[in-house]
Design a protein around this ligand. Sequence first.
Ligand SMILES: [Zn+2]
Length: 88
Amino acid sequence: MKPLPCPFCSDPDPAIDEVELRVWALVCNGCGCTGPIEDYDNAKQSPERAVELWNRRGGDEQPASEPVPEMIPGTLEALASIGATLRK
Ligand SMILES: [Zn+2]
């Protein structure tokens, strides 16, 4: 199985890396992101499994960055009124 291009930076050739003893993950040469890692005690650990997990990501999974907090309704209005108060 061949790894798909990086879902984040489209690097076409992510490397299979043994990130820990007998734990494999795909590592992107472009943006440096590391693919999903199988549970450490999972007996299915293998480079092929790492590629499988890598290929399955993207689409419904998001990059491992901080989630954008939802704007609380009324926040902008509240800030605007505070600003208006301070300018008085
Ligand atoms: Zn990448």
